[in-house]
Design a protein around this ligand. Structure first.
Ligand code: M6R
Length: 643
């Protein structure tokens, strides 16, 4: 979703901002803009569409100023347009802001501000912030000029420069004005602000939306995502909720708020690896394909070092065997693909550990009153680690006293920081909006968690654990084998590409795989797709089937294989074009399905890890045949940071 970058230093800001915005492109956006301090003025340039369009426009302005802020916008309030794109300016054009998040009370604030004479130029919720800061600033500036007059009279006036304020550790007028303005906001925000009144300075604030700050060779950078800062800074300060940061060309300070006073605090820091995974898709045509092919590596990396000495260990969980043994209920909370990985895990946790497990979409969980007690383990599954609904669910669960455990792909992400323990999925940066390799990382991590719970409850003995672990590890080689021959997937794509709609079916593990397969197809090809547990087909969806209608069946070897085969025949009898994902050696299936994609034989518990691969490839292949943008599907954002 929206992305923020900012820079103040000794080099022209504009190219640095554009480079940062490009690194955030993968998050999804529909317009972009920058504000750069040019001489004594702030120059704003916004464009709809791609960053490259903004970059071309900027060439005509020849901006050289060393301080600026930039933004990619994913429209929530107001259409994607230049007027709604950030940065937004105050009425006098002297203050500029960029904002990520949602201001829930924006309508009320807009009414009040308009009543006070402010003129709005956009339909966004964000614009209220800059007008609030404008009011707060003029009030504080008035008070301060009175004080300065007094100090002048006493001969004690100090110079008003960003650097001297930073050194003194005192908040500037701008920082105070931002803090005051935030006091009126309800919702979530990460904001960066600059003003002509205080050249070379950027003030940042956050609540629920991330912001990180780092010192580089040419100045100080701020961004909403570390991806924008990789290679530029070695370490970042992670701004916490309620903190305000003030950036100047040679350093930055962070303030916390105590009794309405801004007091300097030491921020939490995080080292960066210095490697930017976003840049290179190598030999692959798109990132989605590259990421699909990375899955064998993800499986190996996620398993590495987990089963040394004959026992499964997940130290990051932060729970002893005794504490694990006390867990009597598990909630898996997630959205989208992460939700589908959780559906698989429910079967494993209940099957192996015999602990009741519920899987819930985060946006539902947060508004219910679920039964959560101190012996409940809440597992938040999120690739990005910054999904707003998942974060809200974590906070809610913690208030209720549950242990919260995160499974995420992003180091130091809010999910990681706000959970009691975390497993990193080792997928590395996922650029394509459609999740593929992170699904695999989640499946493997959740499988380990299920095994650990079963081990703690004494339900799985050491020998069984060893056997399971060995089989789990073998999925890496199987994934490689599947990826070597994709011809049958291509045939299935050719047979399905002109359909208006498709149905995915499966049972047990296969039902979760069907869900994920349907989501992939919808996301990247815009072909309508629904997933049903195969047994549900007769209860309604079968009415959709007509000659040529694609039914994609997950029919791998499992206790319900015969049932799935019957469902395939029911679909076939009504003219469906059936594509089946089946286990190598299954000859019966080819009598009933039009296209069969074979995968190697594997235990049912682990079959989702390999069965999903042909469906990921199928979705991408169909999308290519339909001429879609594979990595950045329309309307979608990689990180859903607002509700
Ligand atoms: O970062 P998260 O795992 O929390 O994201 C959840 C969903 O937004 C995400 O899985 C989404 O459904 C993907 N586009 C799926 O490909």
């Amino acid at each position: 979703m929206c992305g923020i970058v900012g820079f103040t230093g000794t080099r022209p800001a504009s190219p640095i901002l554009i480079e940062g915005l490009k690194r955030l492109e993968y998050r999804g956006y529909d317009s972009a803009g920058v504000a750069v301090e040019e001489g004594s003025r702030i120059q704003v340039v916004c464009r709809t569409g791609k960053i490259s369009t903004l970059e071309q426009s900027l060439a005509q302005f020849s901006l050289t100023g060393p301080c600026g802020i930039g933004h990619t916008r994913w429209a929530t309030h107001g259409t994607p347009s230049e007027v709604n794109a950030h940065p937004h300016l105050s009425c006098d054009g002297k203050i500029a802001i960029v904002h990520n998040g949602i201001i829930e009370n924006h309508e009320e604030l807009r009414r009040i501000l308009e009543g006070r004479g402010h003129t709005f130029t956009s339909q966004t919720d964000s614009e209220v912030i800059v007008h609030l800061i404008e009011d707060a600033y003029s009030m504080l500036a008035f008070d301060s000029s009175e004080e300065d007059d007094l100090a002048d009279a006493e001969g004690a006036r100090r110079p008003h420069t960003p650097t001297s304020e930073l050194a003194a550790g005192k908040p500037s007028l701008l920082a105070q004005a931002v803090s005051m303005a935030c006091g009126f906001l309800i919702g979530s925000w990460a904001i960066c602000v600059m003003t002509e009144y205080e050249p070379g300075k950027i003030v940042c604030a956050r609540k629920e939306s991330p912001l990180v700050i780092g010192r580089g060779a040419a100045g100080v950078h701020v961004a909403s995502d570390v991806a924008a800062l990789a290679d530029l800074v070695g370490e970042v300060a992670v701004l916490a909720d309620g903190q305000i940061a003030e950036l100047a060309p040679h350093g930055f300070v962070v303030f916390g708020s105590h009794d309405d006073e801004l007091i300097r605090v030491r921020p939490e820091t995080m080292k960066l690896s210095g490697r930017s995974d976003t840049a290179d898709r190598g030999q692959y045509a798109d990132f989605m394909l590259k990421e699909i092919y990375e899955q064998p590596r993800v499986i190996r990396d996620t398993l590495e070092g987990r089963f040394d000495g004959g026992e499964l260990t997940i130290e990051e969980l932060g729970l002893t065997h005794e504490e694990l043994n006390l867990i009597d209920r598990v909630y898996l909370i997630a959205c989208g693909t992460s939700y589908h990985a959780s559906l698989v895990a429910k079967n494993l946790i209940e099957g192996w550990a015999r602990i009741p497990c519920e899987v819930e979409v985060a946006s539902e969980f947060r508004y219910r009153n679920p039964i959560v007690t101190p012996s409940t383990l809440v597992v938040a599954v999120s690739q990005s680690g910054e999904t707003a609904d998942t974060l809200a669910a974590i906070r809610d669960a913690r208030i209720k006293g549950a242990k919260v455990f995160g499974i995420t792909n992003v180091l130091g992400s809010p999910v990681a920081r706000e959970s009691d323990g975390v497993i990193y999925t080792k997928a590395n940066k996922e650029v394509a909006v459609a999740s593929t390799k992170s699904f695999t990382g989640q499946l493997v991590s959740l499988t380990l968690l299920a095994m650990l719970l079963a081990q703690s409850k004494g339900r799985l003995k050491q020998g069984q654990m060893r056997l399971l672990f060995r089989e789990l590890a073998s999925t890496a080689a199987q994934a490689e084998q599947i990826l070597k021959d994709t011809e049958r997937v291509h045939q299935a794509a050719l047979a399905s590409k002109d359909a208006k709609s498709a149905m995915f079916i499966g049972r047990g593990m296969g039902a979760a795989v069907a869900e994920e397969g349907a989501l992939k197809l919808k996301e990247v090809s815009y072909l309508h797709a629904e997933a049903y547990p195969a047994g549900e087909m007769k209860h309604g969806p079968i009415a959709l089937i007509e000659p040529g209608f694609p039914v994609i069946a997950v029919a791998t070897e499992s206790p319900t294989y015969e049932k799935v085969l019957s469902n395939i025949q029911e679909a076939k009898a009504r003219g469906a074009m059936v594509v089946a994902v089946a286990t190598e050696g299954d000859e019966r299936i080819s009598e009933h399905a039009d296209e069969v994609i074979y995968i190697p034989k594997i235990r049912d518990a682990f079959s989702p890890i390999t069965a999903i691969i042909p469906l990921q490839l199928l979705a991408r292949d169909i999308a290519l045949l339909r001429g879609c943008n594979i990595d950045q599907p329309r309307n979608l954002a990689k990180s859903v940071t607002v509700e």
